[in-house]
Design a protein around this ligand. Sequence first.
Ligand SMILES: N[C@@H](CCC(=O)N[C@@H](CS)C(=O)NCC(=O)O)C(=O)O
Length: 196
Amino acid sequence: MTLLGTTTSPYTRKARILLNALGRPYDFVDTRTTAGATLLGEVAPLGKVPVLVVDREGLVLSDSSLITDWLWATDGLAFRAAGWDLDPAAWADRSLQIVVEGILDAAINHRYLRLDGFADAGYIAKQRQRVDRGLTWLEGRATFRLPLGASALSLGCALDWIVFRNVVELSRWPRLEAFREAWTSAGVGAGTEPCE
Ligand SMILES: N[C@@H](CCC(=O)N[C@@H](CS)C(=O)NCC(=O)O)C(=O)O
């Protein structure tokens, strides 16, 4: 199996954490390299990461939640043994995850549009406001507990990325900060922390 992505990408990190939890061997190809960018161009028309290429089956999975669902479908028992419950029919948890990833998408868009020199106004300012409003909504709704679900995986990766990129001062949301502390202490994403 080959995972295409970057070491800064929170969505790629979701896949790395799950593959590591299963102990599945895989090649990691950084898409910031020429070879990685070429491969991404060949297999992923949207050019987004992560992409998991399952060589044996000729399968290309180009979305972190799709990768999660596929891993769960092929190895659910091993996940349960490792303290995860990623049942795609856990509707309340999936609903929470949608909010978490909506915040993350807004934060990513805001960052890159600002880096490209666009003013923090209009639709771009709306992305920043969405991050703030979303985090405020999540405060008190997200708790760290086992087994870990899809929303916890997304939230841990999102909060680490938000801190890594200095998106907001996380101490404004003490319960989310407590979630992050518990996530870090549990070592769920140890070794996959965002880095350049
Ligand atoms: N819904 C997708 C989101 C993936 C995503 O937005 N990835 C970012 C990196 S963290 C990306 O590839 N951005 C590049 C772009 O949008 O061109 C998933 O869960 O995999």
